[in-house]
Design a protein. Structure first.
Length: 293
């Protein structure tokens, strides 16, 4: 058992650990151009953040009237994506530090992602994150992707962990809904501004429901900062994010990965198996992520 008791942490990959959404956008844009859709925009891509590749492409076929099969389109898009991912994937520095700190504390960790198993392996190996993240679940292995809880429940099973002892780190509303449905607590660090400011409106984001009780997911509105790191564009592929706090077993929190050099969050026991926030930090609160049941 780790220094933090029975706690296990399950990470989403794309947009959470690594800034891969620009690669997914470009892979999607190239694929659609090949099939006669020349004007796929970043704004259109944003609707699919947090949704598995296969489900994204199934929606493309309906939306753009594509005749090619889902399998064919997935293969073409994955080919473009892997070409980009091998050379252009960036790890968020504070998230790397966070993973390393959890590893030092002996906390079991997994990755549960909507990407293909091949794409996950390429990113983890190429960034060196595979040194600490060896348990991996792809939505391609499951009957349902996020917002269904399947990938998170399978990650917990492979870790030998009780879902109630798991904390999910996510960037998208469908993933937060999936964590909630799995009975897990969630730290949400929104990649897309609209998913922070208007939660529940994204496709499959738990529309019509609200979590209740101490473990309800809370969030703070996205704050646009004047001093942005190089390459950050609000509303674009590298939009700045702010962390979202979660209440439950003492409260959860994580440092903002987009700020300059700073220490990773302190890990302290704040309750039964809870992931500690930085020492002295109060639990965040705000409007609930989910509408009322």
């Amino acid at each position: 058992m780790s220094a933090l008791g029975t706690l296990s942490v399950v990470f989403d990959l794309d947009g959470t650990l690594v800034d891969s959404e620009p690669n997914y956008y470009e892979a999607g844009r190239r694929t659609l151009v090949e099939y006669g859709v020349p004007d796929f925009s970043w704004a259109e891509h944003e609707r699919y953040v947090g949704i598995s590749t296969r489900e994204t492409i199934a929606d493309w076929r309906r939306r753009y009237g594509l005749s090619a099969s889902v399998d064919e389109l997935v293969a073409v898009k994955n080919g473009h994506y892997l070409e980009l991912a091998r050379t252009k994937t960036t790890v968020f520095p504070e998230m790397r530090a966070f993973v390393e700190r959890l590893a030092d504390a002996g906390v079991p960790m997994a990755v549960a992602s909507g990407s293909s198993a091949e794409a996950i392996d390429v990113i983890l190996a190429g960034t060196g994150l595979d040194a600490h993240l060896r348990t991996v679940v792809s939505a391609d292995e499951m009957a349902r992707g996020k917002p269904a809880p399947d990938v998170f429940l399978e990650a917990a099973r492979r870790l030998g962990a009780d879902p109630a002892d798991c904390v999910v780190v996510e960037d998208a509303a469908p993933g937060a809904a999936a964590a909630h449905a799995a009975g897990m607590r969630c730290i949400a660090v929104p990649y897309v501004a609209a998913q922070a400011d208007a939660p529940g409106r994204g496709r499959g984001a738990g529309r019509g429901r609200r979590a209740r009780g101490r473990d309800a997911l809370h969030r703070r509105p996205l704050r646009r900062r004047a001093g942005r790191r190089a390459g950050v564009r609000h509303g674009g592929p590298a939009a700045a994010r702010r962390p979202v706090g979660v209440h439950g077993a003492g409260g959860l929190g994580v440092a903002d990965r987009d700020r300059g050099p700073q220490r990773p969050p302190e890990l302290t026991r704040t309750g039964a198996g809870a992931l500690g926030r930085r020492a002295g930090a109060a639990p965040r609160s705000g409007r609930k992520f989910f509408p009322e049941r």
